[in-house]
Design a protein. Structure first.
Length: 277
């Protein structure tokens, strides 16, 4: 579905929500209280500024007795088989974010990955799938990364643990290419990347992947991921706690300049290793 038609569909979702809410005699505040979100959120859903989470759509259906209309519509609009069910909504949010901040303790974030890096990660986790499946996933990830090339691209900030630089995903040559790619984006000032060095020892959010997103006309969100599952947080108190932990990571990480030097040095190490094998 093209972005324009998708937006129109979400606007229809919002229009229907407003119509059915008013028919049921609820204000935005009253409906929000009954489905456990704020009245302001309901207003943002109705204006297609923000998309509800699935459990909210279900609660709206139950309260307004719509026979599952909002859940079915949500699934149709969010459903993208190229992404895991728990991640499809995150991809939608990335497209409208004004700022994205990530912490990666073990793996290069998807928005920074080269095709070769993505391909290796996909095959490692799915050794019996077809080449067509792998290439579809690679293409989807490359499509996500295009937001960093847009004129209206979000501010993108990533903190990588030094561990990420050392693992030769795909082999030494491929890893050198991956780190060169990150360094290139940094030198083009499309992204800001910091490295959290081994010397820091213990750190906030230890071992946990985190993505924070901010928006023009909607509250921020935080996304965390576990094994074949993800958790999209929009409760203001929880998001604030994650933001505070991320600020501590920033303070512990190397400066952008020192981080770039370390990334380029790690790329050279991998290149030397590749030349001797």
């Amino acid at each position: 579905m093209a972005n324009g038609s998708r937006l129109a569909a979400w606007e229809f979702f919002g229009t229907e929500l407003k119509r059915r809410r008013e028919e049921a005699g609820f204000t935005q505040v009253e409906l929000g209280a009954r489905v456990f979100v704020s009245g302001g959120y309901i207003g943002q859903f109705e204006q297609a500024i923000r998309k509800p989470q699935l459990d909210v759509a279900r609660r709206i259906d139950e309260l307004l007795q719509t026979g599952g209309f909002f859940e079915r519509t949500w699934r149709k609009l969010i459903d993208d088989k190229r992404y895991a069910d728990y991640f499809a909504e995150v991809v939608e949010l990335e497209r409208t974010a004004t700022k994205i901040a990530e912490f990666a303790p073990t793996l290069v974030p998807g928005l920074l990955q080269t095709a070769a890096y993505t391909r290796t990660v996909m095959v490692a986790g799915n050794p019996f799938v077809t080449d067509e499946y792998v290439e579809e996933k690679v293409a989807a990830r490359r499509e996500r990364a295009r937001i960093l090339d847009d004129a209206t691209r979000p501010v993108y900030w990533s903190i990588l643990h030094e561990h990420v630089l050392k693992i030769p995903v795909g082999g030494a040559a491929e890893m050198a290419e991956q780190l060169d790619h990150i360094a290139g984006l940094m030198r083009q000032r499309k992204v800001l990347v910091q490295v959290l060095p081994y010397s820091v020892g213990a750190y906030p959010l230890m071992g946990r992947m985190v993505q924070l997103m901010e928006f023009e006309d909607a509250p921020p969100t935080a996304y965390t991921e576990a094994v074949y599952s993800g958790n999209l947080l929009d409760d203001p108190a929880l998001v604030k706690r994650v933001q505070e932990a991320y600020d501590l990571l920033r303070a512990a990480a190397l400066s952008p300049e020192a981080s770039l030097a370390l990334i380029e040095s790690a790329a050279e190490d991998h290149r030397r290793c590749a030349s001797t094998t």
